[in-house]
Design a binder for this molecule. Sequence first.
Ligand SMILES: [Zn+2]
Length: 289
Amino acid sequence: MKKSTKKLIVALLASMLISMTACNGQDTQSSQTSGNTTNTSAASTAKDTETIYQVALLQSLTQGYYDGIIKASKLKEHGDTGIGTFEGVNGEMIVIDGKVYQALGDGTVKEAADDETIPFSNVTFFDSDISVDLKDIKDMASFKSELDKTVNEKGKNMFYMVKISGTFEKMHVRSELKQEKPYKSLDKALETDQREFNYENITGTVVGLYCPDYMGGLNATGWHFHFISDDRTKGGHMLELSFKEAKAELDLTPEFDLELSDNSDFQSMELAKDVNDAIKKVETDTQKD
Ligand SMILES: [Zn+2]
């Protein structure tokens, strides 16, 4: 029983929001009434479609904590869809259809080995609650604002995992080269080791996560998207896109589960430090700016 991580389960959000969304699951009453009774062991054996599982914090990654906290095999026990990165920020992670893919800094994609370790990720078992047809999306800003309409209608204080499959006229992604210790902060690493790729008329899937505004201390608020091609040979962290039409499937998710490391380096980090500017930079900057 090697215990290398400590787990903190945070069931977020009250039933008032959930009752607004008839499409959502039925586990809200249990989370509301369970109080001090925990049934997490039962939950961990069933596929939990109502929980966003997060490994560490984007804030720890941004500050340069790139050591893997859990293995890919364990991540897959918590979800079949999501995004993240790998030890040493060795590429961008796309989890889709239960497989974990690694979009590397050289522009190639491979399926991650089960013992590959992960310093940051968000996954869930995807369960489409809402479908939205998107048309004539010219850029990232219009893409986000279209998706925001659904979020604002269904409840902006929920989490959403989203998948958009289609043919993208423009797809601009980035990845990064693997970092070696001593690790630099992520914005410093990306200054030299970010690699960008522009594809045209590429068919694939965008996997994205929406975090509510109050998540600013644990993750990036708003949208964060990764892309993978249908043939699983191209992908990365998405910087720009355009497309004529595609269907977005959104999985409205009311619970949140955070996995932390008891490693002393992790425990010595100042995680309340405001790194929002650095996060914005690493999420959105291109090298051409
Ligand atoms: Zn990313």
